[in-house]
Design a protein around this ligand. Structure first.
Ligand SMILES: Nc1nc2c(ncn2[C@@H]2O[C@H](COP(=O)(O)OP(=O)(O)OP(=O)(O)O)[C@@H](O)[C@H]2O)c(=O)[nH]1
Ligand SMILES: [Mg+2]
Length: 294
């Protein structure tokens, strides 16, 4: 039996959560086209007959504009410690930029630690949307960026599409092959350790991200405040009064559509009660961030 922890890091929106979901084979982390979708350390467990891989999905590392942003970065970088492998994702459809270099540098700091240093794997994602020359350019740039810092003989490079699955099996096989012998960390029926209430709040936020626009995604936070099956009460927190109306929608249409979509993914009979609440500047208030679990 082989087992180990694999941290998945990268800039916001490069497809970390999509890739983790694909590799685990179950949706364990919400995704969206908006940056900073993931706000927690999310575990996803891949079970194979002879191996168990615990993937650690992380918030995108970025230049923070709020206390929340700083906390997300802290969550992501702290996930790099005590893992057996670090997957650094870059986006094949965008040039390798300063944001990617920061992620590479932070990952390298862990890789250079010595004895128990994790393996480093660079994953170029979204190859379904990029030309061969673009993919090659990203690979060459990342390799040069790494070599400018340190000469590492053991970095591996994988071009994949987390969305279509292209290249993902080869990546998974490489991860499994690189792990040491060890016992499983989780029972065979466990794919994540996210508490049910947090998961429902995440599903609500995912639907809101898909159905609202502009600056709103950053301003939204969700939390379940009551759970007495089948009755679930979920609070949607926004920053300004004007945002409340947007979330509710004309005649309540957005909230209604969100409720319907989330209920579809829950066991039969769930009753989901959604409430919108304004908490001014919650992203910069420590006590609010603590209460919201960031
Ligand atoms: N075309 C294409 N789109 C992808 C692929 N992987 C992810 N995406 C899209 O990229 C967007 C971001 O995906 P996420 O998985 O949420 O990205 P993330 O890196 O987890 O983002 P944060 O949590 O915000 O840091 C979504 O719209 C995905 O559908 C891919 O392989 N190909
Ligand atoms: Mg994510």
């Amino acid at each position: 039996m082989r087992s180990g922890f694999v941290a998945v890091v990268g800039r916001p929106n490069v497809g970390k959560s999509t890739l983790v979901n694909k590799m685990v084979g179950t949706k364990v982390s919400i995704t969206s086209s908006r940056p900073n979708t993931t706000r927690h350390r999310i575990l996803g467990v891949l079970h194979q007959p002879e191996a168990q891989v615990v993937f650690v999905d992380t918030p995108g590392i970025h230049r923070p504009r709020s206390t929340l942003g700083a906390r997300l970065n802290e969550t992501a970088t702290s996930a790099l410690t005590d893992v057996d492998m670090i997957l650094v994702l870059v986006d094949a459809t965008a040039a390798v930029g300063p944001g990617d270099r920061t992620v590479l540098e932070r990952s390298l700091r862990e890789v250079q630690r010595g004895d128990e240093a994790p393996h480093l794997v660079v994953v170029v994602n979204k190859i379904d949307k990029a030309g061969g020359d673009q993919i090659l350019e990203r690979l060459v740039t990342v390799k040069a960026a790494l070599e400018a810092i340190v000469d590492l003989p053991t970095v591996e490079y994988f071009p994949v599409s987390a969305r279509s699955g292209q290249g993902v099996d080869a990546l998974t096989a490489h991860i499994v092959d690189s792990l040491d012998e060890g016992p499983p960390f989780f029972p065979s029926d466990v794919v994540t350790d996210t508490p049910e209430a947090l998961w429902v709040a995440e599903l609500v936020r995912e639907q809101l991200l898909a159905k609202t626009h502009d600056e709103l995604p950053h301003s939204i936070s969700c939390r379940v405040t009551e759970w007495e099956w089948p009755h679930i009460r979920c609070e949607i927190i926004v920053e300004r009064d004007s945002q409340k109306g947007i979330v509710i929608g004309k005649g309540g249409e957005i909230l209604k559509a969100v409720g319907i979509a989330v209920r579809e993914t829950l066991p039969e009979g769930a009753y989901l009660d959604l409430h919108v609440k304004v908490e001014k500047h919650w992203q910069d208030r420590d006590e609010m961030l603590n209460r919201l679990g960031y």
